[in-house]
Design a protein around this ligand. Sequence first.
Ligand code: COI
Length: 358
Amino acid sequence: MITTEKKRIAIERTSHSRLPQTDFGHLAFGSTFSDHVLIADYSKGKWGEARIVPYGNLELSPGTSALHYGQSIFEGMKAFRDVNDAINLFRAEDHRNRMNKSARRLCMPEVPAEIFIDGMHEFLRLEAPWVPAGEEGSLYLRPLLFATDSFLGIRPSENYRFIIMACPVSAYYPEPLRVWVTNSYVRAVDGGVGYVKAAGNYAPSMIANKYARENGYNVVLWLDAINRKYVEEYSTMNAFFVIDEFVVTPKLTGTILEGITRDSLLTLFEDMGVPTFEREISINEIFEMHDKGKLREAFGTGTAAVVAPVQTITYEDRTLELNPDGFKLMPAAKKKLADIRRGLEPDVYGWLTQILPE
Ligand code: COI
């Protein structure tokens, strides 16, 4: 566990906090924003000073290139209120590394630690009252980087804006998942941007998710683009299966998001003595294993969703059904992760940064 030091970042405080009107008992994901945002601009080849200002609308030119060509990336990360009321930020440096990987892929400037990490600490110190208490609650942090050149030619922008905003949240998927496997749409191709958090990964996925929701499912399971055979990931999560006594997850091929929750679960399972395999898994194998009684659990992992159990998987004209109440490995790993984040188990992996109060 690391603790933070106070850094000097200019802060303009809101005079109208929305905290008193916020109903922490009913938090729909991503619709309640905290009082402030952190902003830093990049121009003429360098980053300007970060500043924290009241949450509010942005003024943008209609020619803003991110809006036209999608030169825009983001992160999703979380802070937790632990049982002693301390605020713990989870794997911040790993999120910065992933954001910078996304930045390199989309020809954008990397975000330095003084802005991403020190800025995040200062931002969280100010927004600490927005971090919900309880097992399911967290403050979802959304770092965003987008191109701000007002220019309609196709080339990397010369100007960028970095923003950190925050939303208090509870469970993303309150119910076990009903999964629809699509083989009509694909999410990512080799050589593309599937492994990074590019804004453009999400809009093309909406049509499949819309179809799923309209037909009684809550998430899509994507297959690989070439063979339409191998499992890649769920709508907002990496995919995990328990086959016999083993945990299996698709290996990272460049088309799958390099999930930080995925990585955390693999670490926890290994330490629990559960063998884990990162390999290709075909959708036919999933159904075959189910038919043989060997598919014991299926679940998704992601920052927003944390760990979400799967109840049904529908592929073409077949549906398999699992019993999440009988899952063993998933709930054990989920509890371990929650306990570490909430200070009930020691942070032996150095995943947390404790944010000291103002
Ligand atoms: C996350 O889990 O942080 C995501 O980015 C998924 C989704 C909310 C876009």
